[in-house]
Design a protein around this ligand. Sequence first.
Ligand SMILES: [Zn+2]
Ligand SMILES: [Zn+2]
Length: 340
Amino acid sequence: MKALKIQGQRQLVIEDMCRPDAGNGRILIRVHACGICGSDLHLWNDSEGFEGLVLGHEFAGTVEDPGSFGDDFRKGDPVTVIPLAPCGTCQACREGRYHVCRRSDGVGWGEDGAISHFYAADARWVRKLPKSLGLDEAALVEPAAVVLHGLLSADLKTDDRVLVAGAGPIGLLTAHIAKALGAGFVALSELNPVRIEGARVLGDADEVYRADEDDWKAPYGDPEGRGFDLFVDCTGAAPAINTGLDLIREEGKVLLLGVSLKPVPLDTMKILLREARIVGSANYTAEHFDRAIALAAARRIDLEKFISRRISLEEAQETFVSLDSGSTADVKVLIHLNGE
Ligand SMILES: [Zn+2]
Ligand SMILES: [Zn+2]
């Protein structure tokens, strides 16, 4: 079988590998599609220590061999996988809070991922899909679960006013899912003109603002105005987070979903004076992942509209280059395996 590996900085390679086996608590999955994530681009850009790693953690496929789980799974069952790989022994793991295990970076980061024809998944994390959910959409359940877990952790309330910074896939999903959960007003801010246009076309946000323009900020920042109840950062960038701190109301909340590999300087007086509540969010609980599946299957959220392209394994390298340039209108690109 073939798999997509990091070869070196900004370089991917397709390699022949042995097909893994079911057994040892694992179920063999024939991978249908796997999404390309911002974190994959991070690893590709900064590949030191990750050479030889198979990428991929947002995927769906069908059971090829259920191994010793034949009572619950049959060959051909459509499935997706919660891509956690917790250590199992730390304090968090012992309490069942696997998503915050700090000894693991997960599938496609700390251990080989699923951009390959077959993937042997830890049976505990395999989820059978409802009939109403297609395999392509199901590959987007993982990023949707990231967003859902964040919004639920931040205790989003009906009619809340929400500002989202960053209109990449996670920011766009945040606008969509916040609305589905009952947010009253959602604004998106973004620097990249191509992404601003893309966010307007998708149409979930009530307003889409240019992050580097100031006119729109004044009414929200004014103590007499209507600051946001919740600010969601999907950028990991200091200017965006400090702007968010300016625009939340007193006792407003800040949800951090954006990844930054370096420390970010924050104006902490803004947090103090507003009594802002800062919520970090990592991965998802299994419960929230299952809820993301249920929301998508019930059509309360629409994941299909975020799929902008389907490519083959051979097109991965050029697609990583184009996604990294920030000049494409792509939201989520799926790599289709097995020629399907
Ligand atoms: Zn991801
Ligand atoms: Zn652990």
